[in-house]
Design a binder for this molecule. Structure first.
Ligand code: SAM
Length: 255
């Protein structure tokens, strides 16, 4: 059975779209999308040979070798412009994900792609920042927990100039009643998620409380360290913690 993380990713994929799943590992997502009839065809991209062979095996076992192509290569290099309507990338760090997207963009691989479904394991802020920078509209976000792990899913689409005019700015931080300058508020939105912040659920609070606890441990260690630059880092972490704490407080009293 497909994990609910992958099921939720699949839900964001628009019916009828040809999908390229980058870093596909066992190709579970493309197999599910094609098997369920949501996608007519798919490309599974993999950099590493082990997972690539696992993907080929999985696709063959499902009898889908005619509809799912498994290709070896780095990021979006496996894709030709116009081949996919949807690109999915899941289960890797936000920094690598951002690099894959930017390299793909530079090489023209995202031309014709209408939506991105992304699930960074960490560093979501970098991914949201890239989306803003390259003019992708974040349409939906989800935070969920499965088997004790917390995941964030991002669904981004292209908007026409007319649609842009009609769409409210999701990065308008006006609703966030925290005592911070506009650029800091903006950063909090990129870090914590503009939709997730507007409708925080229990998993959201759990994530940020655990992030705070992590920062707490890091600062405690830094306070003991006598390395050059430790004091500066300490201040940086402390103000980050203050900001997160304030956001959580403001959201909790809102409820
Ligand atoms: N997408 C699947 C999922 O979410 O369940 C698999 C995630 S798995 C943890 C990450 C996969 O990305 C690995 O199979 C790894 O080999 C692959 N990968 C890492 N860097 C990559 C790159 N630059 N291009 C393509 N695949 C890559």
């Amino acid at each position: 059975k497909l994990s609910s993380r992958l099921q939720n990713i699949a839900q964001y994929v628009t019916e009828g779209s040809r999908v390229a799943d980058i870093g596909s590992d066992h190709a579970l997502l493309p197999v599910y999308l094609v098997q369920s009839g949501k996608s007519p065809s798919a490309i599974a991209g993999e950099l590493n040979t082990g997972p690539l062979l696992a993907a080929r095996k999985q696709v063959a076992a499902a009898g889908l070798s005619a509809k799912i192509e498994v290709r070896q290569g780095n990021g979006l290099a496996v894709l030709q412009p116009g081949e996919a309507d949807t690109v999915t990338i899941a289960g890797m760090g936000g920094s690598l994900m951002k690099d894959i997207l930017e390299e793909g963009f530079q090489a023209g691989k995202l031309e014709g792609v209408r939506e991105l479904v992304l699930q960074p394991n960490i560093g979501e802020e970098l991914v949201r920042q890239w989306l803003v920078q390259r003019g992708w509209h974040l349409a939906e976000e989800l935070i969920m927990e499965e088997d004790g792990k917390i995941y964030e899913l991002l669904h981004a689409v292209r908007l026409s100039p007319d649609q842009i005019k009609e769409t409210p700015d999701i990065y308008d931080a006006g609703f966030l009643q925290v005592n911070a300058a506009a650029p800091s508020k903006q950063r909090l939105l990129l870090k914590m998620g503009p939709y997730l912040l507007r409708k925080p659920n229990a998993v959201f609070f759990k994530k940020w409380k655990s992030e705070l606890a992590k920062l707490e441990r890091v600062t405690a260690q830094l306070a003991l360290a006598e390395q050059p630059g430790a004091e500066e880092k300490l201040q940086q972490f402390k103000s980050e913690m203050d900001a997160i704490q304030e956001v959580l407080q403001c959201l909790q009293t809102d409820k």
